[in-house]
Design a protein around this ligand. Sequence first.
Ligand SMILES: C[S@@+](CC[C@H](N)C(=O)[O-])C[C@H]1O[C@@H](n2cnc3c(N)ncnc32)[C@H](O)[C@@H]1O
Length: 191
Amino acid sequence: MLITSQIIDFITISLIIFAVFMLWIFWSDVLGAGFEPTSRKIVKNMLEMARVEAGDVVYDLGSGDGRIVIEAARSFNAGAVGIEADPLRFLWSKAKVLLLGLQNQVDIRWGNFFREDISEATVVTLFLSRKANQNLKRKLKVELQPGTRVVTYYWKFNGWKPVQEDLKNHIYLYVVGQTTREYHLKGENTF
Ligand SMILES: C[S@@+](CC[C@H](N)C(=O)[O-])C[C@H]1O[C@@H](n2cnc3c(N)ncnc32)[C@H](O)[C@@H]1O
């Protein structure tokens, strides 16, 4: 009898741990996108395509382990802000920033990027999902200043034309309020 109740307790606790683990894995999917870090090479290509330089403020929406904001600060000498909803990834990336001594250059915020003010960004980086990009369009349009570069990995924005694209690596660059003609001297609006 005692053994049976111990087995039931064990199964119950295991199921609760499993449920919490699954919730942790999938809840960022519900918010915008699950966690999948961008490779170092793609991070570099994204920041180069956006022509990041000293004086820029790079916002990574859904900053994961902080690799994009850290690279923007270390290799491109930019200021950077990462916004991450997951508490463990937030803490991990915050610790990395502190260990690297980049706290004056990189700010990691714990929160939902849909609710954060991003108007000071001069560059926005994204690796999210088709749906999250779609849901972000209005916010980007309303909050970003003309000339702000938005570089997205893998997912484009439906209805917006990139000013530059790297089809091999799936990297797309958009510039607020600038036409492709203005960017490259050939036609059509971006957003
Ligand atoms: C595909 S990962 C990309 C991580 C990082 N930007 C990179 O390129 O390596 C997407 C990240 O966005 C976070 N995320 C998804 N929706 C979010 C939201 N609404 N607010 C803040 N973070 C979010 C997830 O937790 C996950 O860490």
